[in-house]
Write a protein that binds this ligand. Structure first.
Ligand code: BGC
Length: 875
């Protein structure tokens, strides 16, 4: 008995297609079947309004154009799909999946911005304010929607219940260009008669301090405000609307101070009981100011929200050198604590956070000026009080608890992990526990830094959307989680700010902090404009990401092309270069071995080439020709300026060779071979300790493997001495560090300023582990074709990677013993895999959808000779 089922269709990249901003959302589905080799021949899509495509002969199932009429604001539509196989098989209709649009047009917004009145306002990062309004409903409610956002951070309540489960709403976008709102179904929170809507409003990114060097406050404005529109449709079809305006009332509440960096102070005695319920007397509250705002800036989300994703219990209590109580949660995270405490009224508990311990005490120096300190002052009414700060987030593994009333019971404190709640799509394990832990650390660093925007780190006075970091980490990220929705929102901000400032800022959203400026283009970082959309396209098959970003991609490359002129070398101006290469002194992170001009020129050639390919895909033939020519010229200029006749790369650094080889910048097979040999020599001469920074690290293993030195790639990867990937793991790291030696071998914290314990950039190597070590790589956009080419080595006896591709789940795993290797491959429906068996002559095997098992003779260079029969066997 076989089964064949199309799963409920999905809309764009939405996890929950509610309040979406697309009037014609593209549809995708996957097919679940046990029919070997199943490939789609045709599909039918039906919409709940009766639209039906009829049978469409097509193998496509990813991001298909909306088959119906355009949706208007607030419209709901269900979709289902039925598929037919090439083998004549026909599935049943999938279950329906529903989508609902938000407010698609600026004219849909009637809400003003309700702001705490001036007389209440103090300096930034001060108290959070309560805003409220009572209203009466005329009859039973059929449906109700709350469209809500804020200048600042908000948590909204209706009749005493918090609306939704979003954390740090509305997240951080480039507020001057785009402000995200969310749509909530609040039907179940309303009732006939008296109702109340209220919100707590804090400064957050809008007004609170952001950034290094003391940072900046009031970045987007001096006044926070709530923008809310509650639309009620009664059972009889009539409607009412409640919006933020001057009728709302405002007062300070229990949050006496809230700051993303400093933490939150909460005095439970100041909570006005029942403030967001009807019947509360707000006579002493002040009227809110109704401020204008631009509804044209309001956009629906394209990705999931930040949520409380997981809670962790402490694994150990540690007593610090001064007798302080420190809890170890066993994992470095972004999040905050939740406490359950009982004690006298007015008593204050203090919570401090840090990623590491130094000399047994909290190591807070890496936080720089971020205090990361929360306080809770008890109500003290004889019952247990549960509290978690709401308008801050910290990067921490350890928490010091001061002033706990009585004995601290471990069950009273939990760490709440908060980040963008993306769907997990990728996994990796192997026979080496340290390497598997490294991979786990990469996952945790992604989780710690995908907090609405892709940040550099979650703990210190930064947490900025550094473009270079996500540029290099993009491929690993796109494997591990479905992050396209989130990143394509951020890319729209990147494009908007690029237009505003004339170049791609170093971090997006941009905040003017110094010493950096917003008008000086910087290679690798600015190249995120081209490379990240390209990465997302390759991994998801979403051509619209390229289409949408195209003006930004071309503007970046055109700008640099103009800058370099006829020299085609980008060897002047400010560069960050191979940031944090291990030889850079602690206080000079940019002082790398590799010439920054070489790095910048290599990246220009690379971006120009990707752009030429993009132009071709989008049908811009003239652009394609122009960028191809540019790529060729830059490549030739690079070769002439930086590569000797014999293939020696200027500066003789690992990153220099890795760039030249990986980006294809050396002419002539012999010169390339020589460059490859030299790279291998350098890696060996360095004792297989790492010699690369942010730029070279994502490339080095590929460059070695392509130079025929996969074994050296493994030795680099498995190195445990400092500097190396596994050094941090042996030091007990649970996330990827910013620098190779964030913690020195003696346990001291590196004295440099760039010393975070949670930066994903150097974790970019996970992509090599997926593609090459395990052997699961995309060979066509969206894994329509998969390349299965594992390169077992390093003494590993098994490895396994899984990825939920747009067509369904793919798996590659291998295990080896006594000179034999077994390879298991799961190919998703409607796709195909090109399988190369390790150690076999290069004769790829085509494998269609379904499960496959291959056996072959295999030995590592370091292994014993092959035993048993040779040749390939396919089960
Ligand atoms: C950030 C990095 C970033 C770098 C560039 C640092 O402060 O944490 O990850 O890319 O600055 O200057």
């Amino acid at each position: 008995m076989t089964f064949l089922r199309a799963e409920p269709p999905t809309f764009e990249h939405h996890l929950l297609p509610f309040g979406i901003g697309e009037s014609a959302p593209r549809l995708s589905w996957t097919v679940t079947t046990d029919i070997p080799g199943w490939t789609q021949q045709a599909y039918e899509i039906e919409l709940s309004d009766g639209t039906c495509t009829g049978r469409v002969e097509s193998p496509e199932s990813v991001l298909l154009p909306w088959p119906g009429g355009e949706l208007g604001s607030r419209e709901r539509r269900a979709v289902r799909v039925r598929v037919h196989g090439r083998d004549g098989s026909a599935g049943d209709w999938s279950p329906w999946s529903w989508a609902e649009t938000g407010l698609l047009d600026a004219t849909d917004w009637q809400a003003g911005a309700a702001a705490p009145p001036l007389e209440l306002l103090g300096p930034p990062d001060g108290p959070a304010f309560l805003l409220r309004r009572d209203f009466t409903l005329r009859g039973p409610v059929g449906r109700a929607r709350l469209y809500v956002t804020a200048h600042g951070l908000h948590e909204t309540e209706i009749n005493g219940r918090v609306v939704g489960d979003e954390v740090l709403a509305p997240g951080w976008t480039s507020y001057g260009h785009r402000l995200r709102y969310r749509t909530h179904d609040v039907t179940h929170l309303l009732r006939e008669g008296a109702n109340t809507v209220g919100a707590t409003l804090a400064d957050g990114w809008y007004r609170g301090r952001i950034g290094f060097r003391g940072g900046k406050s009031d970045v987007y404005g001096e006044r926070t405000a709530l923008i809310a529109q509650l639309e009620i449709t009664y059972a009889d079809g009539t409607t009412d609307i409640v919006v933020t305006d001057g009728t709302w009332r405002c007062a300070p509440g229990p949050v006496t101070a809230a700051s993303l960096y400093e933490g939150e102070k909460y005095d439970a005695r100041l909570l006005p009981a029942g403030w967001s319920r009807p019947g509360f007397d707000d006579a002493t509250w002040l009227p809110a100011d109704a401020l204008p705002h631009d509804p044209a800036l309001l956009v629906a989300p394209t990705g999931p929200q930040v949520r409380r994703v997981e809670t962790l219990d402490p694994v150990e209590t540690i007593t610090g050198p001064d007798g302080e109580t420190i809890l170890d949660f066993g994992q470095n995270i972004s999040g905050r604590l939740r406490i359950r405490v009982q004690g006298p009224a007015g008593h204050t508990v203090t919570l401090r956070h840090a990623e590491v311990l130094e000399n047994g005490a909290l190591g807070v120096r890496p936080l720089r000026t971020a205090l990361a300190l929360d306080t809770y002052t008890l109500r003290g009414d004889g019952t247990a009080e549960v509290w978690e700060p709401r308008f801050t987030v910290h990067g921490f593994r350890y928490a010091q608890i001061d002033g706990w009333p009585g004995e601290l019971d471990l069950a009273a404190v939990q760490a709440v992990v908060c980040h963008t709640d993306m769907r997990r799509t990728g996994d990796f394990t192997c026979s080496d526990p340290l390497l598997t832990r490294l991979h786990d650390n990469v996952v945790w660093s992604m989780r710690g830094n995908f907090v609405d925007i892709p940040t550099d780190c979650p703990q210190r006075d930064e947490r900025l959307g550094w473009t270079g970091d996500i540029q290099v980490f993009g491929p690993a990220a796109a494997f591990l989680y479905d992050c396209t929705g989130m990143l394509s929102s951020w890319l729209q901000d990147l494009a908007a700010e690029q237009r505003q400032y004339g170049t791609v800022p170093l971090y997006v959203p941009w905040v003017d902090l110094g010493p950096f400026t917003n008008d000086e283009p910087t290679a690798v970082w600015g190249d995120a404009a081209v490379v990240l959309p390209w990465t997302l396209y390759r991994r998801t098959g979403d051509l619209d990401v390229l289409r949408r970003q195209y003006p930004s991609m071309t503007a970046w490359v055109d700008q640099i092309a103009e800058l370099v002129g006829e020299s085609f070398l980008w060897d002047e101006g400010f560069q960050l270069g191979d940031w944090l290469d291990p030889t850079a002194p602690p206080d000079r992170p940019f002082d790398a071995q590799t010439d920054p001009g070489l790095v910048a020129t290599a990246y220009l050639a690379y971006s120009a080439r990707l752009l030429a390919e993009t132009a071709a895909l989008l049908g811009h033939a003239e652009d394609e020709r122009r960028y191809q020519e540019l790529a060729g010229r830059v490549r030739a200029a690079f070769d002439a300026a930086y590569v000797s006749l014999e293939g020696k790369v200027a500066g003789d650094s690992q990153t220099g060779y890795a760039l030249a080889l990986r980006f294809g910048l050396i002419d002539g097979a012999e010169r390339r071979a020589h460059a490859g040999e030299r790279l291998v020599e350098l890696v060996r001469a360095n004792g297989h300790r790492i010699g690369t920074g942010f730029v070279g690290t994502p490339l080095i293993c590929d460059a070695l493997a392509e130079a025929g030195a996969c074994d050296d790639a493994y030795r680099l990867l498995l190195q445990t001495e400092c500097p190396s990937w596994l050094y941090a793991v042996t030091m007990g790291a649970t996330t990827v560090w910013e620098r190779w030696d964030s913690m020195l071998p003696d346990g001291a914290i590196n004295p440099g300023e760039m010393t975070s314990f949670n930066h994903y950039a150097l974790g970019a190597v996970a992509d090599w582990m997926h593609r090459t070590l395990a052997g699961l790589a995309p060979a066509a956009p969206g894994y329509r074709r998969m390349l299965v080419r594992p390169r077992p080595g390093g003494g590993l006896t098994h490895a396994r990677a899984t990825h939920v591709t747009p067509y369904g789940r793919a798996e590659v795993s291998w295990e080896r013993s006594s000179g034999r290797l077994t390879l298991h491959v799961l190919v998703p429906p409607s796709t195909i895999a090109t399988v190369h068996l390790p150690g076999e002559p290069d004769e790829p095997i085509e494998a269609g959808p379904g499960r496959h098992v291959f056996h072959c003779a295999f030995r590592n260079p370091s292994d014993d000779p092959v035993s048993g029969p040779g040749g390939i066997r396919r089960d």
